[in-house]
Write a protein that binds this ligand. Structure first.
Ligand code: KG4
Ligand code: ZN
Length: 390
């Protein structure tokens, strides 16, 4: 089954063709990072306008790259939530319109579920001979039950997945999402947007620097003592205390420099940018060390809580999902936590961690195989969550 997937939930416009929920034929992503970079974050009105101007060429390119024609496409899928209403509307409308025009089945896809299904994606050359005969399981797929750690710009959720479509929520963030924390702290440190890759690169510089001095990387990772919200007895997360600690530390750097104190009002919102720029001026090494310590604090909590959940629910597999799953330190640390327990860790390749349409087409397949379809009256659901059974 060949599915055309469309993704437009935030600031990326994507279209992809995926066979049997796994095998990638094409994956086109138009990113708006440069547009939003100058604002230090995503501006919803700008995002939806950009979606509108790029969506048609993106869909056309995805089809052109495969050499497939419309006659080869079996179904169309588009994200209908969660995300920014204006952005979602663009992709969903284009998807439904194409389905109507081509007389094809249509399915709306939950963006969070799609992040999880990014773990099923692989290159077309890895296609099995017995295509389409075993939709539920093919060699190389993650195996159920599994724990999914979904960590993106807007979500941090620890989920027990018992089978296709069967989700139990174990824990979620009580305040900021992990990716949001990366983005806000990157602003505090003047490292730009998106914050995740910027912090990871700065942290890497700090780690390389201590290694050059023949010292352990832990020296960079623990250069600053930062709080970790363990919220023991729960699988919930909290990152706002850590963000505040980073703000105070960055402020300390500035106060040391100027001997001045900011007023309470100043310690908010747009102040992040000013603080960040000044902190950066203080010297790249401190900022890099701060970034390394922050990343370590986030990785520590995510990795330990995920390992504990994997142990409690006796799963053989953990999958990472969402933009923050691209983080190399998190991947390495979780590998380290799970290997002695013989629990397999999988994560999508970087291009499938951040927003893309291949994961939308992939997730859609498993619903379409269960006979599910959506009517063309399906509307966007900006606050959509996964259909948790518990
Ligand atoms: O899944 P995604 O592309 O969009 C949402 O659905 O939110 O996730 C974007 C988030 C951003 O907050 C970005 O800073 C973060 O993922 N991110 C990372 C890395 N790459 C992207 N966070 C940590 N380390 C990375 N390497
Ligand atoms: Zn996403």
């Amino acid at each position: 089954m060949l599915v055309l997937g469309i993704e437009s939930s935030c600031d990326e416009t994507g279209a992809a063709l995926v066979r049997d929920g796994r095998y990638l034929l094409s994956n086109v992503v138009a990113s708006q990072v440069e547009v939003h970079n100058r604002y230090g974050g995503v501006v919803p009105e700008v995002a939806s306008r950009q979606q509108l101007s790029t969506i048609i060429p993106v869909v056309e390119t995805a089809l052109d790259q495969t050499g497939c024609s419309w006659g080869d496409v079996d179904a169309i899928a588009a994200t209908y939530g969660p995300g920014l209403a204006g952005s979602l509307l663009v992709g969903l409308t284009v998807g439904k319109t194409l389905a109507l025009a081509r007389d094809l089945p249509f399915l709306g896809v939950n963006h969070l579920e799609a992040h999880i299904y990014a773990n099923w994606l692989r290159r077309q050359e890895h296609a099995m001979a017995a295509q389409d005969t075993h939709w539920e399981y093919q060699e190389g797929d993650p195996t159920f039950p599994l724990i999914a750690l979904v960590i993106s710009g807007a979500h941090s959720e620890l989920i027990l997945v018992r089978g296709h479509g069967h989700y139990e929520l174990l824990g979620r963030t009580r305040d900021d999402a992990a990716g949001e924390a990366f983005d806000k702290v990157a602003r505090i440190l003047g490292l730009g947007y998106p914050g995740g890759p910027a912090i990871q690169n700065a942290a890497q510089r700090a780690e390389e620097e201590v290694q050059q001095q023949h010292k352990s990387v832990t020296l960079a990772r623990n250069a600053y003592r930062l709080p970790r919200a363990w919220l023991r007895g729960t699988y919930d997360f909290s990152f706002s205390g850590l963000k505040t600690a980073m703000l105070h530390l960055a402020e300390g750097v500035v106060e040391d420099q100027h001997g001045s104190h900011s007023s309470a009002e100043e310690k908010q919102g747009s102040q992040y940018m000013r603080m960040g720029v000044q902190a950066a001026q203080k010297g790249a090494v401190n900022v890099a060390m701060l970034a390394a310590s922050f990343q370590e604090a986030v990785v520590d909590v995510l990795a330990v809580k995920t390992r504990l959940a994997a142990q409690e629910y006796h799963v053989k597999q953990v999958v990472l999902a969402g933009g923050v799953a691209a983080n190399v330190n998190l991947r390495a640390r979780l590998e380290q936590e799970l290997r002695p327990l013989k629990i397999r860790l999988s994560y999508p390749s970087i291009e499938f961690c951040t927003d893309n349409a291949a994961m939308i087409a992939g997730a859609a397949y498993f619903h379409l195989c269960r006979g599910e379809r959506h009517g063309l009256d399906l509307d966007v659901q900006p606050g959509l969550s996964l259909p948790f059974e518990r």
